[in-house]
Structures are given as structure tokens and as C-alpha cells.
Design a protein around this ligand. Structure first.
Ligand SMILES: NC(=O)c1ccc[n+]([C@@H]2O[C@H](COP(=O)([O-])OP(=O)(O)OC[C@H]3O[C@@H](n4cnc5c(N)ncnc54)[C@H](OP(=O)(O)O)[C@@H]3O)[C@@H](O)[C@H]2O)c1
Length: 450
């Protein structure tokens, strides 16, 4: 019922060589028999093969790069719909594709809104406009982020901010649908590099606002063509290593924010790290919603197959998010320096320069969001138990969180080397600060052999 939906379908996927896209493609190709899958990749087949071979052990990478039903198209998203593809390729996509999954994006949280206009907003709008002309389009998926609504932290009285699977308008006077007027705002951003609504809300990063605006643009464009029922906005929280597929612990070097935080923690020479919060007892009350990448892939694929539209959270939610103290104590486990680092909490704004750089980058440390995921619960209830058991819709929290960091030791070590380079610390000293693990792909091979 779920996987059969994809049989004989033609898909076009952006971001298929990224963290989320790789898990998604693996799941799709191993569970169903699509007619064809076209993947847009900068650098084409050779680059995609090299990326998958770097991330995955050979027997898993081959499932992707040897697939007979997949074509890698050498192209790039930008501010036109052409994606650097030929006219023939564009016409072929327009005629044949049933499902578009747009997962490509820059995940550079710190980039300016003007930069993100080129890497997130314009490409998403162009692709949506183009998709709305596809003769056989059944589903258009935009991969956004649950933190599009992170600005609610600053306005909510609660220290555990409930976020629903819906668009929260940024202007109280928005009439009609919450996405209405997005095209006007986009004109303002193009002209000035910013917008009044952006400046009047306290977003943690321009990235969160760029995705907020992109979501509304997708919906507004789809509504113009009466295609709202075809659009699904998937909102992952903080994406973390896989529980199950393509392999347990599957992770990439730069797409798991907690990895960078663990590296920053390991390298910190002092005993205190200054963080910001509104919580009374932040160690216990602040939370991090980290979701395994395979939960993101399965939620997306199952909601598409069952025809869900609108916004859906791909999160761990209240049942699976982490308390800050658990996250922090897992970091302690990875640090080699013999003294621990304690958080020092301040009520200063999350942009404050007095915070540790880890908190200035990853501003949601010290917050707590209760992301609703009732749409997945409702969908899972409709499924027969044997179908449901074959899906991975919820994070597995049966093991302590520090297990998840053991699989990431190699990446934590590499992230620490990068931080050391930027901070002009001797890179060779990184081994003194944090453990050096095996690359997750090789770790999997040795676990398999054992
Ligand atoms: N990672 C997270 O914690 C997280 C959390 C919430 C939401 N998300 C969202 O999930 C989606 C996937 O993220 P990810 O973690 O998989 O990121 P990722 O590992 O950095 O992968 C990004 C992908 O996008 C492609 N890409 C970027 N810019 C492109 C362009 N201009 N043209 C064509 N392809 C382009 C990259 O292709 P190349 O191979 O050519 O570089 C890569 O395949 C993104 O939309 C992101 O915003 C991620």
C-alpha cells in the first residue's frame, strides 16, 4: 500500500546526495520499484558516486550508484527554472515526472538573508513555478525545517513552546490564508535584502526566516494553480544519525548540528560555557529535538504515498526529544580533557555576543519546543499493524543518547579539526581533546564482519 504507490512512478529529487536525500533514496530504491528516479546533482554522476562512496560502505553505496532506474542529472538550482539542464531534459521532466521532492538547500545557518535568497528562496520558488506546469504532477514536496517557527520562543510566555503543523502568519493583519501575500514580501526581500516582517520578529537565524518565506511562496504558487492538495511541506527538526537505514548510525560530516556542538564542547579549554535561556531550570527544562534521518525519510515517503498535504513535522516530538542535561552529558563522554564544562546560564538574547560561539551558532540551545506530530500519529493509526511495523516513523530512544555520539566520533574529530583551524589552535592537538573514531562506513563494515 505504501511502497506500491511508488511503483511505476517517475520522481525528480533535488538534494539526493545530501544527508536526508541519501537516506530517502536508499529507502525508496530498496522498498519500491519506481519507473525512474531523476536526481539533480552538482557535478553529475561522478560527484554523486564519490559522495555516496565517501558516506557509505560499498555494498550500500552501490545500491544507489548502480541503480538501473536512477539517472543523475548534472545541474544546479538557482534563480531560474532551468537548473543548468538542457531543453530536452527539461521537457522530458515536464512530461514524465509524477513526484518532485525538493530537499536541496544550503544549511548554512549563519548566511545572510540576501545570500539565502539565492540558495533557498529563489530556487524553491523557481522549482515550484516550473513544477506547477508538469502535466502529470501528483505530489510536490518541499523539505523545510521545524525551526521556521523558532521565533515563537521570543513571544511565547511558555518555556516549552507548542508548535503546530501549520503556517504561523508573521503579520497579525494577514487576511485569508496564512501564506497570502508571500510574493509581495519576496519582492521586498529581492529589492532590499530584508523585509519588514523579518525585522519585526526575532528569528534565531536568517535561514529559519528564509524557509518560512519559502514555505509560503510554495503554497501561494500552488494555490494559484489550484494545486494545494498536491503540496506537502516536511519539517525536520535537528537531523541526527539513522537508527536503522541505510545503516545504523549513518551520518555525514557537516549535516548533523549536534556533531559540531560536541566538537566545540570537546575543544573548550575552560570550565564554563555561557548559554542563554528563559527556562527556570534549563538543564531539565530545555530540550533538543533531534530526529534520526531515517525517521525523516519514512515520514516523508509515507505521507506522500497516503496523499497528505500541508505541513507535517518530521521530529522526535515530546516523546523522543532530549533533555539538555542528557545531550550535555553525552558530550562529556566524548571529551578527553579531564575536567568537565558546566553551562552558565544567562537571560541575554540568543544573539548576544557574550554567549559561547556554540550557542551563537546553534541558538536553540536553552530553548524548548514541543513540536506537534499528530498528523503522523493519525496516519500511523490508519495503517495495518504489519505495515506500520515495517516503517520507521518514531525515533528509537531505547539506548542512552551517548551511543549516538560513538558512531559520530570520526566526524566529531574532523569538526574539531576545523574549529581548531579557524581558532588558530594547532590542529595536531585535537587528539588530546577528543576521541578519534572510525568513519561510520568502516565502523559498520567491522561491526558486520564481527
Ligand atoms: N540537517 C539538518 O539538521 C536539517 C534540519 C532541518 C531541515 N533540514 C533540511 O533538509 C534538507 C536536506 O538537508 P541535508 O541535511 O540533507 O543537507 P546536506 O547534507 O547539506 O545536503 C544538501 C543537498 O542539497 C544540494 N544542494 C545544495 N545547494 C544546491 C544547489 N544550488 N543546486 C543543487 N543542489 C544543491 C547538495 O548537493 P551537492 O551534492 O551538489 O552539494 C546536497 O545534495 C534541506 O532542505 C535542509 O534545509 C536539514
Amino acid at each position: 500500500m505504501i511502497w506500491e504507490y511508488y511503483n511505476d512512478k517517475t520522481l525528480f529529487i533535488t538534494g539526493g546526495t545530501g544527508f536526508v536525500g541519501t537516506a530517502l533514496l536508499y529507502r525508496l530504491l530498496t522498498q519500491s520499484s519506481p519507473k525512474h528516479v531523476y536526481v539533480l546533482s552538482r557535478g553529475g554522476y561522478s560527484k554523486a558516486k564519490a559522495k555516496w562512496s565517501e558516506m557509505l560502505p560499498p555494498h550500500i553505496a552501490k545500491v544507489l550508484y548502480e541503480s538501473k532506474c536512477m539517472t543523475i542529472m548534472d545541474g544546479e538550482l538557482g534563480d531560474t527554472a532551468t537548473m543548468d539542464l538542457s531543453d530536452e531534459e527539461l521537457q522530458m521532466l515536464k512530461k514524465t515526472v509524477h513526484i518532485i521532492i525538493h530537499a536541496a538547500a544550503s544549511i548554512e545557518l549563519k548566511n545572510s538573508l540576501r545570500e539565502l535568497s539565492y540558495t533557498i528562496i529563489a530556487p524553491t520558488l523557481c522549482l515550484t513555478q516550473y513544477a506547477m506546469k508538469f502535466a502529470n504532477l501528483e505530489r510536490f514536496v518541499f523539505v523545510s525545517t521545524a525551526y521556521v517557527n523558532a521565533h515563537l520562543w521570543q513571544t511565547s510566555k511558555s518555556t516549552d513552546v507548542a508548535v503546530d503543523e501549520k503556517i504561523y502568519p508573521l503579520d497579525d493583519e494577514t487576511e485569508g490564508e496564512a501564506y497570502a501575500g508571500a510574493l509581495e514580501i519576496w519582492k521586498e526581500v529581492q529589492k532590499t535584502g530584508t523585509s519588514t516582517e523579518y525585522n519585526s520578529h526575532n528569528f534565531p537565524w536568517p535561514y529559519a526566516y528564509a524557509k518560512h518565506l519559502a514555505e509560503r511562496l510554495v503554497l501561494e504558487k500552488a494555490a494559484e494553480k489550484n494545486n494545494l492538495d498536491k503540496v506537502l511541506v516536511i519539517r525536520p527538526s535537528v537531523v541526527g544519525p539513522a537508527d536503522k537505514f541505510p545503516m545504523p548510525g549513518f551520518t555525514t560530516a557537516y549535516s548533523t548540528p549536534s556533531t559540531a556542538c560536541a566538537a566545540a564542547y570537546a575543544l573548550h579549554p575552560g570550565r564554563k560555557i555561557v548559554l542563554s535561556t528563559r527556562c527556570e531550570n534549563p538543564d531539565k527544562d530545555a530540550t533538543i529535538d533531534e530526529v534520526p534521518v531515517d525517521v525523516v525519510a519514512d515520514r516523508l515517503l509515507v505521507h506522500v504515498a497516503l496523499g497528505s498535504s500541508g505541513c507535517v513535522h518530521a521530529v522526535s516530538g515530546e516523546r523522543g526529544r532530549l533533555h539538555l542535561e542528557d545531550w550535555w552529558s553525552a558530550f562529556k563522554n566524548e571529551r578527553r580533557l579531564p575536567w568537565n564544562v558546566q553551562p552558565v546560564w544567562t537571560s541575554e538574547d540568543w544573539h548576544s555576543k557574550s554567549l559561547h560561539y556554540m550557542a551563537r551558532n546553534f541558538k536553540i540551545i536553552g530553548t524548548s519546543f514541543a513540536f506537534a506530530d499528530g498528523r503522523t500519529d493519525a496516519m500511523a493509526e490508519q495503517l495495518d499493524s504489519d505495515v506500520r511495523d515495517g516503517l520507521h516513523l518514531y525515533a528509537d530512544r531505547s539506548k542512552p543518547y551517548h551511543h549516538s555520539l560513538i558512531h559520530r566520533r570520526h566526524h566529531i574529530h574532523n569538526a574539531a579539526r576545523q574549529i581548531a583551524r579557524k581558532s588558530r589552535l594547532p590542529v595536531c592537538s585535537v587528539g588530546l581533546f577528543c576521541r578519534k573514531g572510525k568513519h561510520p562506513a568502516r565502523l559498520q563494515l567491522s561491526e558486520k564482519a564481527a
